[in-house]
Ligand binder design. Structure first.
Ligand SMILES: Cc1cc2nc3c(=O)[nH]c(=O)nc-3n(C[C@H](O)[C@H](O)[C@H](O)COP(=O)(O)OP(=O)(O)OC[C@H]3O[C@@H](n4cnc5c(N)ncnc54)[C@H](O)[C@@H]3O)c2cc1C
Length: 206
């Protein structure tokens, strides 16, 4: 994956640093961290709901601990989508500097060199007493440890017309929809294209 040198991630303090295509980097990371107390983790089943930055990183890092063979936990990553979204690169999708498969690689490909199981399904609820994740298609995932990393949703503020006319900018489909809309505007006879951006957080000012 080619990255523009000016592509950066920001941390909570606002420091900016260049980003790297993390899945590849993580897969080849030679510096293995020390494992947690393995006695309590032996043969554990770890279910992770949500395969965004939080869930995917958690799964990858856990899978990279130098577990002994008998203690290696079963890690199941659950997401309703079949692909991860590298959101800081959604812009490059619109400007055609990157292709969808680069910005939104499929989990099966990202995880193919790991022991992590991927399950594509919508999580409906969690039975904490029975330690089961209940999914839309009647599938259940038993767990000993549960990570919920389901992210957030775009907040539609109460401005008349916003919901009907604005395009959210969070998912792969949002970006493709916005790209198509901009293409249509560019091909129109409009003298000037005007684009309004509602919200001034990180997704807007990149
Ligand atoms: C355009 C854009 C640019 C950004 N740029 C930056 C940046 O430069 N630097 C930075 O630090 N941050 C940036 N961010 C913010 C960053 O992307 C988010 O903070 C981050 O994605 C949050 O990760 P997450 O894992 O918590 O949630 P998410 O990425 O939202 O992942 C949640 C996952 O859970 C899945 N999920 C949710 N509910 C269910 C369910 N019921 N069943 C199954 N699966 C479910 C979703 O499909 C999704 O894959 C940007 C965001 C956007 C939109």
């Amino acid at each position: 994956m080619k990255l523009k040198p000016e592509t950066v991630l920001t941390n909570e303090k606002g420091d900016r640093r260049p980003i790297t295509p993390f899945p590849r980097k993580l897969r080849h990371n030679k510096q293995k961290p020390k494992p947690p107390s393995t006695e309590s983790m032996s043969h554990s089943r770890i279910a992770i709901v949500g395969g965004g930055f939080a869930g995917l990183y958690t799964a990858l890092r856990l899978s990279q601990f130098p577990w002994e063979a008998t203690q290696c936990p079963d890690i199941t990553l659950i997401d309703r989508q079949d692909h991860f979204v590298f959101s800081p690169l959604l812009y490059e999708l619109i400007t055609e500097e990157m292709q969808p498969w680069e910005v939104a690689p499929r989990y099966v490909e990202l995880l193919q060199e790991s022991q992590i199981k991927f399950l594509q399904t919508q999580v409906e609820s969690v039975d904490v007493t029975a330690q089961k994740v209940l999914c839309a298609d009647d599938q259940t995932v038993d767990y000993d440890y549960l990570v919920i990393a389901a992210g957030g949703t775009t907040k539609i503020i109460d401005i008349p017309g916003l919901k009907e006319n604005a395009i959210p900018f969070k998912t792969l489909n949002d970006a493709l929809r916005l790209k198509e809309q901009l293409r249509r505007l560019e091909q129109s006879d409009l003298e000037k294209i005007r684009v309004a951006i509602v919200g001034g957080a990180i997704a807007a000012w990149n």
